[in-house]
Each structure stands twice: as C-alpha cells, then as structure tokens.
Design a protein around this ligand. Structure first.
Ligand code: SF4
Length: 469
C-alpha cells in the first residue's frame, strides 16, 4: 500500500527500518557529474580558453583555498592532507599558492568574491603570520568583498587555535567558522587519535561568539570506533549546550584499502550497522527536538539560518563544501587537489604538493583533470539539485527550460522509482516530483535515479562512494 505524502521542511521521518532497506553506496552530489568522472582530456589550456571567453562576466564568484597540512593524523580521515611537523613545507606551499593566485587572478580578478572558504587539511596549521600572508596574497590578486553579506569561512581544528587566532581570523575578514568535533567521548577520541576536551571547545565557542562571527558550524561523525548510542548521547548533549548554528552529521566510511591511515582502526571496535542506524536516529530526533531543522544530506541548521531561508527562496545549492546559499555559481579552487567549477566545466588541481608547485613554477595552471559539462549533464544536474535542495521538481518548468518531454526523456528514471513511490519517499504527479518526509533521509538514493552515469554503471568502482546512510 502506498504511504500518504506529508510535506514538511523541518521534520524528516526517521523510519529506520525503511532506511535500512535503502543502504547502498552512492554520491553526496556535491557536484553533477560527480568528481570520480573527471578525466585527463580536460586540460589547463581548456580552462584558460573558457576563462578568456568569459571576461565580460562580472557576476560574483566563490574561492576555495585548500591548505593541505595537518599536525597529527586522525585515523578516520579521508581528506587530501600532508601530516607533517616539517613546517618549512609551508614556505614552499605559500610561495606556489601566491603564484597560482597570480595566474588565476589574471583571469578572474574583475569579479567580486562573495564567498571564500579555507579548507583542508587544517588551515589553522598555518601560523598567524602565514595566515595573514595568505590573505594578503588573496586580496592582491582577487577582488575580495568587504560587504556584510559576504560569506568568508574557515575550518579550524580546536587543537591548533587560541583566543588570539580567533581574533586574528575576524580581523582578516572571516565571518564564519566550522570546527571538526566528531565525538567528545574520551575512548572514541583515543581510538581515532583526536583528543579535544569539551571544556576546551566550549571556551573557543565562547570566544567565537564574543567576536561576533555570523555563523559557527560543527562537524560530527557517526560510525566511529567504540561509539554507541549511549556514548554519543553525551556528545550530542554537549553540542546542544554549545548551540552551533549548523551541524553536519557525517557517516564514517571504513575503507582502509583506499585510506591507509584507517588501518589503525580495529574493525572489531566499529559499531554494527544497526548501532549506526540507532545513533543516526537518536541524533536526528534529538537535534530536531532541540530546535534544529534538517536541511538534508547530513545537515542541520538553527531556524532562520541562511540555508533554510535560501531553500524557501529557491536559492539553496550544493557545492564541494555541501549545502550553500547561491551567492555565486562559479567556484575557483586554489591549492593541491582543489576543484574549480567554472562555466560549463569542472577541473581539479594536482593532488600532491610537489607536482602541484612544480607546474605552477613553470607559469602554468596545475590542472590535471576535469570535464566539460554536456547539455544532458546540465538537465540532469537541474533535476538532481532541485530534488536535493528544494525537495521538489517542477516538471513543466523543466520541460520548458530544457525543451524536453519529461516523461519520455526520463522514462527509465521514472520506472526505477517505483519502490520510492510505493514506500512513500516521493510523490510523482503530472506537474511535480515531491520528496516526502520519509524521503528526506534518502535524498541521495532518490537523486541516483536521475544520475545517467550511475544508471549506466560508469565510474562506480568498489569504495568509490560512501554508503548513503
Ligand atoms: S580529519 Fe582533518 S585534522 Fe584530521 S587528519 Fe584529516 S584533515 Fe587533518
């Protein structure tokens, strides 16, 4: 029997038995096509040609700077990072980064930068003078914004910052901070080699509030070694007391064959699939009870947050940092492994420090792969992002915008959604596809129905994607 659809932006349906049935590996759709499809046929020359043809485009853009260094390894980590105490590598990095900024700035400096994000690695691995230098180079080569509406964010590792760092970040123009928390339980922290006390984090949070940052985000992870519902309850209690504006709750994917540092985690200590689902349900319900809204795909926000408002105004988007307000469509990535989304293209920099800096020193952009988006990709991106961000797709508007007969064009996708409809995850009418409360926790699965590459079985090697739950 079909379940009746109930639309509510704030309150997903935590039907764990249903979710269990849909636990498959799938993309997070921070882009479409997804990054595993980038290839070497897209080159730095293609990027430059595109950028030179876009010189009349003066709309705002986003910048992402990847700072790859970390002081210590976190055993669960799947990021592109260099774990080192050899601080002299930072000099090599900053010198090459300033050259990359010069090369990119020559193409893009006429456009205002409405969004900036420093991620990693650990941006706060850099000393205060080095962070200042990085921001100085950025302001030399790009049109940074001084508007209140700018969104300039940085990921901080609580173990690497002091009150002085927070004051400096505010002075450098950042107005948003995100912090890796993961779990406050001492045994879990020991098992992942990341020890940070709730008291130390609470002190920093107070400091961030005192400096009037617009937004504070926490990252939490479920599925870590020695985690249980009981242990995670304490973490969630502490988090709710600290009241961050946004919370991302990620699923730990144990893929030691891809990430060698994960071999330090004893598989026997990992929670079972049922325990993971119980933790997910507990945290989800607890955060909603505490007043958070569920945006979708791992993200919770306080009511009135820009992401919730952006959803109401159809201005919510997904990019490589997750959900974001749509202040800019082009994103320029700087630093090793950084991805750019520019015009109808995606491109990615060389991943390791030496190849990345060597190409830049030759006066070339360090792009090693990417792709040119096709018209079919654009249509499917529109469908996937509408469902992921607005929780609905306007079929008539899509037909008009892309000149297609929707039912005919997506006959296979619609046919594959029979289970979703029967289980009440989506409602398909002649005019709309609506994601229900039950479907909100399974957005990745729903979006996969419209992913041409997934449907064709392309780019899906083992361990390519994390589980959807
Ligand atoms: S989780 Fe963050 S701090 Fe830890 S190793 Fe990975 S990038 Fe570095």
């Amino acid at each position: 029997m079909a379940h009746p659809i109930q639309q509510s932006p704030a309150d997903p349906d935590w039907d764990i038995n249903l979710i269990r049935n849909y636990d498959v590996a799938g993309p997070r759709y921070t882009s479409y096509p997804t990054a595993n499809l980038f290839n070497e046929s897209f080159t730095a020359e293609d990027y430059v040609k595109l950028a030179e043809g876009e010189q009349s485009n003066i709309s705002p853009m986003s910048l992402y700077v990847h700072v790859p260094f970390c002081r210590d390894i976190c055993y669960y980590c799947a990021c592109n990072k260099i774990v080192t105490r050899k601080h002299h590598l930072v000099r090599q990095y900053l010198d090459a980064l300033s050259l990359e900024m010069e090369l990119r700035g020559a193409l893009h400096s006429h456009r205002p930068v409405s969004q900036l994000h420093l991620g990693g690695g650990t941006p706060t691995y850099l000393k205060e003078a080095e962070l200042t230098e990085l921001m100085h180079h950025l302001s030399t080569h790009f049109r940074l914004s001084d508007k209140e509406t700018r969104e300039y964010s940085i990921e901080i590792d609580p173990r690497t910052v002091t009150e002085d760092t927070i004051a400096l970040l505010k002075g450098l123009g950042f107005n948003r901070i995100s912090m890796g928390i993961q779990d406050f339980d001492p045994l879990v922290q020991q098992s992942i080699n990341r020890t940070q006390s709730p008291a130390m984090v609470a002190g920093l949070v107070q400091n961030i509030r005192d400096h009037h940052f617009t937004s504070l985000s926490f990252d939490l992870i479920y599925g870590l070694p020695n985690q249980s519902v009981t242990s995670f309850k304490h973490t969630v209690d502490r988090v709710i007391e600290m009241s961050p504006d946004r919370i991302a709750l990620y699923n730990y994917a144990h893929l030691p064959s891809l990430f060698s540092n994960q071999r330090a985690i004893d598989r026997q200590t990992l929670p079972s699939a049922d325990t993971k689902l119980a933790i997910l349900e507990y945290v989800g319900r607890r955060l909603i009870d505490a007043g958070y809204d569920y945006i979708g795909m791992d993200h919770f926000v306080r009511p009135g947050d820009e992401l919730e408002i952006a959803r109401q105004n159809n201005r919510l988007q997904r990019n490589f940092q997750g959900y974001s307000t749509c202040l800019a469509t082009d994103l320029i990535g700087l630093g090793p492994s950084a991805i750019s989304q520019f015009g109808d293209s995606f491109s990615q920099n060389a991943k390791d420090l030496d190849p990345w800096s060597e190409v830049i020193e030759q006066g070339k952009l360090p792009i090693i792969r990417g792709l040119q988006v096709t018209e079919e990709d654009k249509l499917r991106k529109h469908v996937i992002m509408s469902l992921a961000c607005q929780l609905t797709l306007d079929i008539a508007a899509t037909e008009q915008q892309f000149g297609i007969d929707f039912n005919q064009h997506f006959a296979e996708s619609l046919a594959s959604m029979g289970d979703f409809e029967r289980d009440g995850l989506v409602e398909i009418t002649p005019r709309h596809i609506n994601v229900s409360k039950r479907g909100r926790l399974l957005l990745r699965n729903i979006c996969m129905s419209f992913d041409q590459y997934i449907q064709a079985g392309r780019g899906q090697g083992p361990g390519r994607f994390s589980r959807t739950i």
